[in-house]
Write a protein that binds this ligand. Structure first.
Ligand code: CUK
Ligand code: CUA
Length: 639
């Protein structure tokens, strides 16, 4: 009888599966089908619960997603020119991409981090690093635009960036490559002892967010991979993973993995800050660009800075220590209480967890195990809190849910492993498809994570999506972590390679982000206030067109008197005062992108007509029923 019922159920199960409506059935791709769909469904017109800011990797940008739906809301241009928003094309934003190497309209963006107050996300700014030409950018979340970019001198790779301390006192940028400091022509083989690793502390103005390099800590020539600030009890410290502590100039012969243990560098930045505030440190010549977008003039300016304050770790006794950490640690993560510092040794199966209290005790007891370049090395056993026997391979990064659990990504075994802080026991594991890099729990970098979801950012998406030629999309996956077991809910494609992400409850950000640019506050040099200001001014071969746009016309819309060989500047002001009505403009043959101009703002593009004729321009952004009528002509006569 029992057997009979069982087979009946089996049969029923089969039938349901064949009909494609098996309840809670696991599809061959690992997703829980029915329940998962409900959990990520955000009904039309409803808002997502979280914003997620995903780094665009080699796209150089920052993309904004809603969670749990995984819907792409916006791509914020940061380090790369963006035709859609004219970023780096119009005269106003070109200076944002200026560097000491000239105009660099691309970068490799890795790690976004959201500003904090008292260890909690305040939703004011997102910071993100450019790896290639070392830069840190700040995105203002009242407008979702990049408003400041600072170049990092004496650096290369800029990978252990851009993480913020718990009152956003500093955003920190650590060099990945050590380089000659100052840069100079020298044999590469003389790396050891000559190259330096700069850890840069950029102060952030609590009012306007203005960034400024406070000091650079000039560390030994290791590679500085990732970092995280202390928080709570360890606030005032910053931790950096290192590799290649052998200082090999070539990693070809696995030189760099000779040492059984590399280090986590623990930096007491409060101590160094005090030293610097009392006149400590040495000013050294350095060229770096500091680019600021002014929200009143809607115009960026680029300033070339000339010097930087450098501090040697041995100048400030008691400020820098090394914690031995096995096997090329990659991620360096600190739990929400600030007690545990986790080094993810990517060549090891086990995770090493250091204890902040034990570290302080060992420092106070002066229990050192030698030194490197004058920096004391603590004893591994003295600082070890515990080890997680993960059973996985290739641990990279750890996030926290605020409930005493940690979640570590394993690149090689391609999984998320959940374990308990303090007991180090593994409580769950779920596969990722495939090869996960970072994880992100909204607020996971703060004292108060919103422990509801974890996003896995995967390097490989073999077969997960429709094929699109040899370059298949990169991918993120969303897991529900509200229960004891994690549950895979959703795959969603990403823009570029999503190295890392930062997430925040939407309520903290969304009302503030409906900012209106008031026309009366428009201080743009070429801005106008009304249609009575529109005009065309000629100055030799230079022509300035002061133009307005409002539903649904340009003014002036017919322009004559332009000649081949002229340089025509179109200064176009959007007179709209509804916050979400931009207009666009471009003209035939313009060697730039269109301008998408927000209400109350002015933007400028340059046009150098090459042929006589009557050339049309039009609005490029749908704005009303008469959008198609929003157009005009420029008459160009022979020179
Ligand atoms: S990461 Cu940048 S190489 Cu593990 Cu933060 Cu992907
Ligand atoms: Cu203005 Cu379309």
């Amino acid at each position: 009888m029992k057997k009979c019922t069982y087979s009946l159920l089996m049969l029923l199960g089969f039938a349901l599966t064949f009909m494609g409506c098996g309840e809670q059935s696991k599809s061959s791709n690992g997703a829980l089908t029915s329940n998962a769909a409900e959990k990520v469904y955000v009904a039309p017109g409803e808002h997502d619960e979280f914003y997620a800011f995903l780094s665009g990797g080699f796209s150089g940008q920052l993309s904004v997603y809603g969670l749990p739906s995984g819907r792409l809301l916006k791509i914020i241009p940061v380090f790369s020119q963006d035709a859609e928003k004219a970023w780096g094309y119009n005269e106003e934003t070109k200076p944002m991409l200026n560097t000491s190497h000239g105009f660099v309209p691309w970068d490799d963006a890795h790690h976004p981090d959201i500003s904090q107050t008292n260890g909690e996300l305040d939703g004011r700014w997102v910071f993100i690093n450019g790896n290639n030409t070392p830069r840190i950018a700040k995105i203002d979340l009242s407008v979702f635009e990049t408003t400041e970019i600072i170049e990092i001198p004496n650096s290369a790779g800029n990978h252990s960036s851009a993480f913020v301390t718990e009152n956003t006192e500093y955003v920190v940028a650590g060099t990945r490559f050590s380089v000659p400091v100052p840069q100079r022509d020298m044999p590469i083989a003389e790396y050891k002892g000559n190259f330096k690793g700069a850890l840069t502390f950029i102060s952030v103005d609590p009012e306007d967010g203005g960034m400024d390099i406070k000091f650079q800590l000039m560390m030994p020539g290791f590679d500085y991979d990732l970092s995280h600030p202390g928080r709570g009890k360890s606030h005032g410290w910053f931790f950096f993973t290192t590799y290649n502590t052998e200082e090999a100039s070539s990693l070809l012969e696995v030189n760099a993995s000779q040492n059984d243990k590399d280090f986590i560098a623990a930096v007491n930045w409060k101590k160094i800050e005090e030293y610097v505030n009392n006149g400590g440190g040495t000013k050294m010549p350095a060229n770096y660009a500091h680019n600021v977008y002014d929200e009143e003039t809607h115009t960026a300016t680029s300033t070339m800075k000339k010097e930087v304050l450098v501090v040697n770790p041995t100048e400030v006794p008691g400020a820098v220590f090394f914690l031995p950490t096995p096997k090329s640690p990659h991620g360096c993560d600190v739990d929400p209480t600030g007690q545990y510092i986790i080094g993810n040794g990517k060549l090891s199966a086990d995770l090493t967890v250091h204890s902040f209290d034990k570290m302080i005790a060992a420092i106070e007891g002066k229990k050192f195990d030698g030194e490197a370049y004058g920096i004391p090395i603590l004893k591994f056993e003295d600082v070890l809190a515990g080890q997680v026997k993960s059973g996985g391979l290739g641990p990279l990064h750890t996030e926290f849910d605020g409930e005493g659990n940690a979640y570590t990504s394993f690149f090689i075994s391609s999984e998320v492993v959940k374990w308990k802080l303090g007991t180090w026991e593994v409580v769950d594991r779920q596969p990722c498809y495939y090869s996960v890099g970072h994880l992100m729990i909204p607020g996971g970098n703060s004292r108060k994570p919103f422990g509801k979801y974890v996003v896995a950012m995967n390097k490989i998406t073999k077969d997960r999506y429709l094929p699109t030629g040899p370059e298949v999309t990169q991918s993120a996956q969303l897991y529900d972590i509200s229960g004891e077991k994690m549950e895979l809910l959703l795959d969603f494609p990403t823009v570029g390679e999503p190295h890392y992400a930062a997430g925040i409850a939407a309520d903290i950000v969304k009302e503030r982000s409906k900012k209106i640019f008031e026309l009366k506050d428009n201080k743009h040099k070429y801005g106008i206030q009304s249609d009575s200001d529109v005009r065309v001014e000629r100055n030799g071969k230079e022509v300035h067109v002061y133009m307005s746009m409002i539903r649904s016309h340009f003014n002036p819309d017919n322009i004559e008197g332009i000649k081949v060989g002229d340089k025509v500047y179109f200064h176009v002001t959007n007179l709209e005062q509804d916050y979400d009505v931009p207009h666009g403009i471009s003209i035939i043959g313009a060697n730039t992108s269109e301008l998408l101009i927000m209400p109350g703002q002015t933007e400028t593009f340059v046009w150098e007509p090459k042929q006589p004729g009557v050339w049309p321009f039009y609005c490029t952004d749908f704005c009303s029923a008469l959008h198609q009528e929003m157009q005009g002509y420029v008459r160009v006569s022979p020179a």
